[in-house]
Design a protein around this ligand. Structure first.
Ligand SMILES: CC(C)(COP(=O)(O)OP(=O)(O)OC[C@H]1O[C@@H](n2cnc3c(N)ncnc32)[C@H](O)[C@@H]1OP(=O)(O)O)[C@@H](O)C(=O)NCCC(=O)NCCSC(=O)C[C@H](O)C(=O)O
Ligand code: MG
Length: 288
């Protein structure tokens, strides 16, 4: 069995929306973020907290990686959110606007004090200029940290930038978060695409995210799941290419370098091809 957990499609949903919580049990996303932050109005937060904790503890979401996004450090809801989420024991607690290694350590201490089980990781949202500039120290701050989640709406706001096709204003931030996440060996999940009616723009952004190296994309609508699942899975051609490349290298019988389809193949290419096959097998096992 593969140890790789696909995170191609990670769907946010307001925890105050009972219909969405129910619907999510049959949506083919790899992960769910039960939101208590931006998608929930202040008056609805206590009830949403209870609903998110009950959903995460229910076991009703099958193979999906279920997480809870709490309100940020310093808000009036944060402490109670952490306690409720830790007791529910989701796959991860997602914390918005994490800005330093000290905050990661403070969050881990709070999770552990509240009795979070070992399997509950911390996912840090990187969505402010200071978080991007401190990305490596945040990524390396604790073994509990399992992922960076990009918050591209907050980043655009804080940078006084604009949402444009191709995301040129965001690329330095996206690359910095990826570099830090890869250096620390954690997952890195891309930000959301706000226009749920624009499938062409959404698919282009998924393609860009995969090419950059993201593990998957956060989503806001069930209609975005299929596209993200396809974009972040190795294509049939990529799987065939990986198999052929590994075979060609093995046929080279210990030679350090061979060619496959006219291209140079060294051990590092074999490692990438093996990773492609590992991802493909993990995704195939979901269907099986
Ligand atoms: C964006 C939406 C408000 C659109 O909602 P709606 O108009 O109701 O959509 P539809 O009518 O097309 O919905 C069809 C059915 O699908 C269900 N649905 C919709 N969205 C979700 C969802 N996210 N999860 C599960 N189910 C969903 C509807 O209930 C309909 O079901 P049915 O009636 O049975 O047919 C809405 O999609 C929405 O609220 N999306 C999530 C918004 C959210 O969570 N935002 C916060 C996270 S984004 C963010 O903050 C990122 C970061 O911090 C940053 O800075 O970038
Ligand atoms: Mg945000």
């Amino acid at each position: 069995m593969s140890e790789f957990t696909p995170l191609r499609s990670v769907l946010y949903m307001p925890s105050s929306n009972e219909r969405a919580l129910e619907k999510a049990k049959s949506i083919a996303c790899d992960g769910l973020i039960l939101d208590l932050e931006d998608a929930v109005a202040p008056d609805a937060k206590p009830a949403a907290r209870e609903a998110a904790a009950a959903a995460a503890a229910s076991g009703d979401y099958g193979r999906r990686t279920v997480t809870i996004r709490v309100n940020g450090i310093g808000t009036e809801w944060h402490d109670a959110d952490i306690v409720a989420a830790a007791e529910a024991g989701p796959a991860a607690i997602v914390v918005p606007k994490v800005n330093s290694a000290a905050e990661v350590q403070q969050l881990v201490a709070a999770m552990e004090k509240a009795g979070a089980p070992d399997h509950t990781r911390l996912w840090a949202m990187v969505e402010t200029p200071i978080a991007i500039l401190s990305a490596l120290e945040i990524a390396q701050a604790s073994d509990r940290l399992g992922a960076f989640v990009l918050g591209t709406n907050d980043l655009v706001k804080e940078l006084y930038a604009e949402h444009v096709p191709g995301r040129a204003p965001l690329l330095p931030s996206l690359h910095t978060a990826l570099l830090a996440g890869r250096a620390a060996g954690i997952a890195v999940i891309d930000g959301v695409y706000n226009n749920v009616k624009d499938s062409e723009g959404f698919l282009a952004e998924c393609e860009q995210g995969r090419q950059m190296g993201f593990d998957g994309k956060t989503l806001i609508h069930p209609g975005q799941v299929e596209g993200a699942n396809a974009a972040f899975a190795p294509s049939e051609a990529a799987v065939e290419d990986a198999q052929g490349l590994i075979q060609a290298f093995e046929d080279g019988k210990g030679s350090g370098v061979v060619t496959y389809n006219g291209k140079m193949v060294e051990n590092l290419h074999v490692e990438s091809a093996r990773r492609t096959l590992q991802i493909h097998e993990a995704i195939s096992a979901l269907r099986g």
